[in-house]
Design a binder for this molecule. Sequence first.
Ligand code: VG1
Ligand code: CO
Length: 553
Amino acid sequence: MTNVSTSAQPALERIPLAQPFQDQKPGTSGLRKSSQQFEQPGYLESFIEAILRVLPGVQGGTLVVGGDGRYGNPRAIQLIARMACAHGLKRLVLTTDGILSTPAASHLIRQRQAIGGIILSASHNPGGPDGDFGVKVNGANGGPAPESLTNAIYACSQQLDSYAIASSEAIPLNAPGNHQRGELHVEVLDGVHDYLQLLEQLFDFDLIGKLLRSPWPMAFDGMHAVTGPYATQLFEQRLGAPAGTVRNGKPLENFGGGHPDPNLTYAHDLAVLLLNGDDYRFGAACDGDGDRNMILGQRCFVNPSDSLAVLAANASFAKGYAQGLAGVARSMPTSAAVDVVARELGIPCFETPTGWKFFGNLLDAGRISLCGEESFGTGSDHIREKDGLWAVLFWLSILAHRQCSVAELMAEHWQRFGRHYYSRHDYEGVDTDRAHGLYNNLRDRLNKLKGERFADSSIAIADDFSYRDPVDDSLTEQQGLRLLLEDGSRVILRLSGTGTQGATLRLYLERYVASNGNLQQDPQLALSAMIAAADNLAGIRSGTAMAKPTVIT
Ligand code: VG1
Ligand code: CO
């Protein structure tokens, strides 16, 4: 990597923008729109210009850029390189073929002391010319930009009348190397290597390797998204699992036409393999950009809320966490399973709004070690993003130590802590007016609901969740409608901030059964009275004109 390819001093241009794009307000996780929207002339340029104007330290700083390999990635990477050059960035860190998972990007930002990063991904949304594209901005701590930053980027995008770009040559991404474009130094490196080194510090690879080389078949589904190359190196080359352990491991620009969302609906083939057959002991999948994880055992699905609780309860079995946990956090709609574990461990447990950015301050301040969301996201203080492969290795560490099956581990966990029956019902692609209508209708009625009967209990608190950040005291309001029942059950209704077609309504249901109760029911059955009561109260099926949810988790 000593050769530095240089090119002539690039000319700088300032290109006018006809008018601001009014729809550039980032959602739960960056700006996410259809690929077609991103291909409008000036659209991507406008958002990148706003980032480069607002992100602190661009002049003379280092920026990490990569993505999940979806359609539009190469164009965006080259565009950012040319615009970064025009904005006086000193160093740009790219990866071969532009492949960089969200957790690996978070690590690279921290390791290189970059001012931040730009991750080109719409995460679990489908990709391709007819799919979605997205731009996520991360800050110097490696985590998703806080609201203050995304609001400033949006405000800037609304005032732009031009963008600056250099006429520099394209950066070759097919191999590691160093390139000079004017004052900008561009480094292309292998995006997998450093990340796997980080994981090796946290988990006992010898122990996990022994398990994976024994007759203990595991299946990992890369969903033709970003984790394929990471997982193949990690499981098959480094840990010695048999070839073929990683399925769908080649990143494709349209994810093979699939929906790279690791849940029972979209990772259907893997689910069938584990839940209907006995050939595999363990199964896992990650999403488009590698930050989500689904964990399956033989005939056993692990609910993500439970997964966080299991990791917290068994943290001593993972090398990097054996000294104990400072605290834990979960997003508001995530079940309280981890709360019960935290109480027993005598550590603090925080409840944040949906979206990983809200964990950042707690992680930076050293107040939590583990955190997670019901949406298949789990992570820790090793980086500032959720981390799919990290979660898989954590599970493998526990299973290697405990020498039991996933189903046995779950049964034992509930026996000890009680079980939080949990389900999320998604109504996707709902007409926007209808969705907002029914949501606002329920919100307007919240203060009248206290004391009303609901399923087998009654409503103790009904509110719209707001969060006061314990570190910087910032207030975030209107984060989801909550019904807290007298018996500890909860019902939550939220509108998604990541969908791109119409509106997505999410209904979250949770009911606690103590360890002496019935722990082996089907969750949909255990929650059936609450599901009916929620529909009755909020008029979901009539309001959405949908007979049933599109996805049930
Ligand atoms: C969803 C999930 C949320 C997650 C977000 C980003 O948001 O519910 O928990 O943080 O996606 O995940 P929403 O607003 O659609 O409910 V990812 O993997 O897209 O970075
Ligand atoms: Co993701």
